[in-house]
Design a protein around this ligand. Structure first.
Ligand code: GLA
Length: 389
């Protein structure tokens, strides 16, 4: 994304100079569907961004202009109600609404938004828009908030305004990610650790081109199954306040009290939390073969116990793991389509991408978009760079 071009586009559309704030997308290396039960995740910010440019208005209106859709939406700030319209503007409007709820007064503004995070691919295009909007509006209001509060506010915008039941992972890493680091996040305490990724590997993201949307049913269905299983364990097992605390023994002891679906979903989450901790060890030892094996186990668990993969994504993973330069591959994000994340020997990444695209097209007739992404800075680090310039 090009800030200078966005600043020009803003001036052309609104006739005023503005200031740009950016937020990246994210890919999750391991730890899927664990965030909303207080579990562990290991995402990183990636090289796609949303840029939000803001300038002041004299009246009390909020005007959002999307250059992607070439469309403008205008609302009265002071009388803004929770009124999602199933429209792109729900994301920035939701952030504005949450800022007001948090007592942060935002004066009238024009905002241009543009993003290149692929939509519906499981790379957090929504969190990227939310966080870019929050950073831009906080700056406009002359306010600052710590990482935890920005992420929590943006998550609320998604949960309570847009109406998608996501966890905290996406907003947190999009806000607080750092270049060359994966983030191990404890989604209950919000404590996190930034872990180095060895330069000998590259992260390749392959889009199955099967679209997923967190706001529609399947993500929410899985979440309901998990939460009803969690409620049983919390009721039956002393000391368990969230699924995060539960062991496989706790789960087995409660098996007859829950549906088979809830049992399997919870088993995925309990085993996934352990895999994230093992993946941390593997990264710290620079043992990418061990890391890759954990990714393979995570994919199998997501497919079989969590039941949230799909045939195309499974094919993409199977092709990837057959390549000698691939340490590990798995589905990433909410599931039911979207992208795979692949850890690949850096020197052979070109060959990997070429083979995977060719074999996936032969197997499915679909041409996968593949991206090699560095671990990038999150919105706070991006803002610090801008301020230093
Ligand atoms: C989506 C949600 C996240 C998380 C993942 C699954 O990306 O937004 O909160 O639950 O799915 O790990």
């Amino acid at each position: 994304m090009d800030d200078a071009r966005m600043l020009r586009a803003h001036r052309e559309h609104f006739g005023q100079d503005g200031r740009a704030s950016s937020a990246p997308g994210r890919v999750n290396l391991i730890g899927e569907h664990t965030d909303y039960t207080g579990g562990l995740v290991m995402p990183m910010a990636i090289d796609f961004q949303t840029v939000a440019v803001v300038s002041s208005r004299q009246d009390d209106r909020a005007v959002f202009y999307s250059t992607n859709f070439d469309e403008e939406v205008s609302l009265e700030i002071t009388s803004q109600q929770r009124a999602p319209k199933d429209h792109w503007s729900d994301y920035p409007a939701g952030v504005l609404w949450c800022l007001a709820q948090a007592g942060i007064k935002v004066g009238g503004f024009d905002m241009s938004l543009e993003g290149d995070v692929p939509l519906g691919a499981g790379l957090s295009s929504s969190a990227s828009v939310e966080v870019a909007t929050a950073m831009a509006l906080l700056r406009h209001a002359g306010a600052t908030l710590p990482l935890e509060e920005i992420a929590t506010l943006c998550r609320r915008a998604e949960n309570e305004y847009v109406g998608a039941k996501s966890g905290i992972m996406d907003q947190f890493v999009v806000t607080g990610g750092q270049a060359e680091r994966a983030m191990l996040l404890d989604c209950r305490s919000l404590a996190y650790e930034l872990l180095p990724l060895p330069p000998s590997v590259k992260i390749v993201i392959c889009n199955s081109m099967v679209k997923h949307a967190v706001a529609t049913g399947e993500y929410g269905d899985r979440r309901d199954e998990v939460e009803s299983g969690q409620a049983v364990i919390v009721r039956e097992r002393p000391g368990v306040t969230m699924l995060r605390d539960a062991t496989i023994d706790d789960l087995n002891a409660c098996r007859s009290l829950m549906t088979e679906a809830s049992f399997l979903r919870c088993r995925h989450i309990i085993t996934e939390n352990s895999r994230v901790l093992e993946a941390r060890e593997a990264l710290l030892q620079g043992n990418m073969a061990a890391f890759g094996q954990l990714m393979a186990q995570a994919h199998a668990s997501f497919r079989d116990d969590f039941g949230a993969s799909c045939a195309e994504v499974d094919t993409l993973v199977e092709i990837a793991v057959r390549q000698p330069e691939c340490f590990g591959a798995r589905i990433t994000g909410g599931g039911f389509g979207g992208c795979t994340v692949n850890v690949v020997r850096a020197a052979d990444v070109g060959r990997f991408v070429e083979t995977v695209r060719r074999e996936y097209a032969a197997a499915t007739d679909i041409t996968a978009d593949c991206f090699v992404s560095k671990a990038c800075d999150g919105a706070i680090a991006l803002l610090a760079h801008e301020a230093a310039q």
